[in-house]
Design a protein around this ligand. Structure first.
Ligand code: GUN
Length: 294
């Protein structure tokens, strides 16, 4: 039987509806979540991401400001701006769109954001809290993947989750999240990466397989166990002359044959992608609530 498709659009819509209610409730208490976004330069993909973040904020009723800086803005100016935003009550969340131009040290910039306003969950303090299983903003894509599992009735508790990819943004935080003794977690987690001699040996054992390598259609059907739940985090452009833009988006898994074998699967596009911005909105709202209570 073909796999059930877990729609990121649907799950994201559900969470956005909940967030709208939460924002109205916070507003009633005089708490106004706000997101400050810093964009340096005009990279088209970054401009597109920043636009969808602004739209998302508008949809759920939170204040948003995007500060657009020229590509030659100095590192110092960016750091000073973050400092100002850290002390500005209008912003419960601050996000610096990555990648930054080469002359700016990304690590320095991320480390400058106040951890309680770090809605990406990239600050080392938050990475440490996550590993310890303590309250912190969760990295948005990893959190989105977890929400898709939970909200499709696939609680990872007691399951063997195999994560392909060890990035700081997805693989590592997702492993840290799912291994915790906590609701929506308590899984046995294996992280597979290019150092593995036989990747398929591990992927074939997965009850839940997460592909987050950033390599198009690399997981093939022979690498997947019958009935597995497959979460595809990859978003890759591949050439396609039949498309107006000259490319199409594919994930890290070979979708059609795997959909014949898996019990659940996330599509690309329309899977984990729409969840990332939604979980950013979630973190912005949650940060406002936490800051208001401190
Ligand atoms: N660039 C691409 N994805 C992201 C993201 O999730 N956060 C930030 N800050 N930059 C990005």
């Amino acid at each position: 039987m073909p796999a059930k498709v877990i729609s990121g659009k649907e799950v994201a819509g559900e969470i956005r509806d909940e967030l709208k209610k939460k924002v109205a409730e916070l507003n009633g208490k005089g708490v106004y979540p706000g997101l400050g976004v810093i964009l340096v330069g005009e990279d088209p993909a970054s401009v597109s991401y920043v636009t969808s973040k602004a739209k998302g904020c508008e949809e759920i009723g939170i204040h948003e400001e995007t500060i657009r800086l020229a590509a030659d803005t100095s590192e110092d100016e960016v750091l000073q701006l973050i400092d100002k935003m850290n002390n500005d009550k209008k912003f419960s969340g601050i996000l610096v769109q990555l990648p930054l131009p080469d002359h700016i040290d990304e690590e320095k910039v991320v480390n400058k954001i106040a951890p309680e306003k770090d809605v990406d969950g990239f600050h080392p303090v938050n990475q440490g809290l996550l590993l310890r299983g303590e309250q912190c903003p969760l990295p948005c894509t990893a959190h989105g993947a977890q929400q898709m599992l939970m909200r499709s009735g696939n609680d990872p508790a007691g399951k063997h989750v195999v994560i392909c990819g060890r990035s700081n943004i997805v693989g590592k935080p997702l492993a840290a999240m799912l291994m915790q003794k906590a609701k929506g977690a308590n899984a046995v987690v294996t992280v597979v990466h290019t150092g593995a001699k036989d990747i398929a040996y591990f992927t074939k054992q997965a009850d839940i397989l997460v592909a987050a390598m950033g390599r198009p259609q690399t997981i093939t059907a022979d690498m997947v166990k019958e009935g597995a739940i497959v979460i595809d985090v990859g978003v890759n452009r591949i050439e396609d002359a039949s498309k107006k833009k000259g490319f199409r988006l594919v994930g890290d898994v070979d979708y059609e044959p795997i959909a014949e074998k898996a019990s659940y699967i996330t599509p690309v596009p329309g899977g984990v992608g729409p969840m990332t911005v939604t979980m950013l909105l979630y973190n912005t709202v949650e940060a406002a609530e936490i800051i208001s209570q401190s």
